[in-house]
Design a binder for this molecule. Sequence first.
Ligand code: NI
Length: 266
Amino acid sequence: MRTDTTFEIDLTEEQIAFFHDNGFLSIERITTDEEIEWLKGIYNQLFDERAGEEKGLYYDLAAPRGHDGREVLPQVLGPDITIPELRESNHYRNALKLSKQLLGDDEKVRAGGHMIFKPARYGAETPWHQDEAYWSPDVYLNSLSVWMPLDEATVESGCMQFIPGSHKGDLCWHRHIDNDPLIHGLMTDDVDPSKAVACPLAPGGATFHSYRTLHHTAPNTTDNPRRAYILVCSGPEKKRDTPAPRPWSEQEREAMKKAGLDVPLL
Ligand code: NI
């Protein structure tokens, strides 16, 4: 059962300034241990059921669409659409509240979620990328991601790693993992990993990162799963006069059409 205990947190001025300077922020707690236990049950159920696969809401991020081998980085999109109760949690409420503080306290900030699972021992790397590379070319984004592990997240199990200050640069050139446009996962080579800052977290901690911050998680080489629940919080967006180029998305659309895959590209 979901806990009814209210857990409230706030950001300090220093934390807000750190986020704007560095493009990321790590906090020790966004929800309670009790709620994490409740979330684990939902999480496992959604992955067991491959929730929404026929609608393009479940797929392996690091392997070609429709492959039949073992899944190395499965993802569930929109878990709160399947289970609306997720929106009543301390996690959701705190993520939205803190995101408003970071994005400028705009009442129009909205959240949408996804879950990325790195199986024990063979969970794949999420290569260096900026989230913006995946998203709409038609708008100037105004968003951040709140990343929360349900398991101990270490460098070895795949905690978040960031390049400080990278949110102030441009959108980098991205390509598909293995140069295979049937793999949804994107990566950029335009990064100096020696500048990375790793953010290990206990379950129920969280990191925040801007849509343009370069980030990465290593393969899971531990004996434990690494379950992560991500909320993307967005404020009002400004429409671009001309869409930004996203050749990698065009390649993916074409490859999926050629392969006869008719799931939506989400
Ligand atoms: Ni990302």
